[in-house]
Design a binder for this molecule. Structure first.
Ligand SMILES: [Ca+2]
Length: 256
């Protein structure tokens, strides 16, 4: 048993390393960064607790909000706009439990301003930069159709707008996901690996967070886990990268 398990772990590691190498070799412009998978590296990197992506300028600019511990950073593919800085300092009106170690985050651009949702445990809070929009709520009461698989705390959530004001969420916990709005589930709860069987196994459970974007009319989903991000649609993987290599300016934020 133990030997088989070691072999499986070894095989998975090999697949991960090869995947990262393939991505690195396909992106000659990417700056070199220490390899987190390399045991000889002096620096260890971790993934985000939560990450949210917002569309600006009609889909020509994508900004990410990354959260680790009690800090946040706002960035795009080229540079940092804000932070790393304290979550409590930026949004001092948030209840203190929502200012560190968050489970999941989403952002939508509503009438030109960012509207955030953070989740922690079985609560969600919705807010703007200047104050709360909706005080903390027990989210399984808001979304009773999520079922037991998604009602004991979630790993990941992403929100996008349909039309002017319909919020659609992709929510994931453990091995399960659902796509839903505030009144009903459109898909799930069901296994991540059932819907997207081509995903590497480690992206089919316990995600760090997710984002959903529509680019040139087509939806793309990103899953984050550890130092990796995978972008895909319902047919295939589009990109699989090491986030420290993709965003070398985040190395300090992702350290430790
Ligand atoms: Ca998370």
């Amino acid at each position: 048993m133990q030997k088989r398990s070691l072999i499986r772990t070894g095989a998975r590691l090999l697949v991960s390393v090869v995947a990262v190498m393939l991505v690195a070799s396909g992106s000659p412009a990417t700056a070199a960064a220490p390899d987190a998978a390399d045991g000889s590296s002096a620096v260890a990197y971790r993934g985000f607790d939560a990450l949210a992506t917002a569309e600006e300028r009609n889909g020509t600019l994508w900004k990410h909000l990354g959260l680790i511990g009690d800090r946040y950073v706002i960035f795009d593919d080229t540079h940092i706009y804000e932070g790393p800085a304290s979550i409590a300092g930026k949004w001092p009106f948030l209840p203190s439990r929502f200012t560190s170690n968050l489970d999941a985050a989403s952002v939508v651009l509503e009438r030109g301003v960012w509207k955030y949702m953070f989740t922690k445990g079985t609560e969600r809070v919705i807010f703007f930069d200047w104050g709360l929009a909706i005080a903390p709520q027990h989210y399984p009461s808001v979304w009773p159709f999520l079922g037991p698989q998604l009602s004991n705390g979630i790993n990941a959530i992403t929100t996008h707008l349909e039309g002017n004001n319909l919020w659609v969420h992709l929510t994931a916990a453990g091995e399960y996901y659902a796509i839903h709005n505030d009144t009903q589930a459109r898909s799930g709860p069901t296994l991540i690996r059932t819907r997207w069987p081509f995903l590497p196994q480690h992206f089919t459970s316990n995600l760090d967070d997710a984002s959903y974007t529509i680019e040139q009319g087509y939806p793309k989903i990103s899953f984050y886990k550890g130092t990796e991000r995978i972008i895909f649609n319902d047919v295939q993987v589009i990109e699989h990268v090491n986030i420290v290599q993709k965003w070398p300016f985040l190395a300090g934020f992702l350290e430790g």
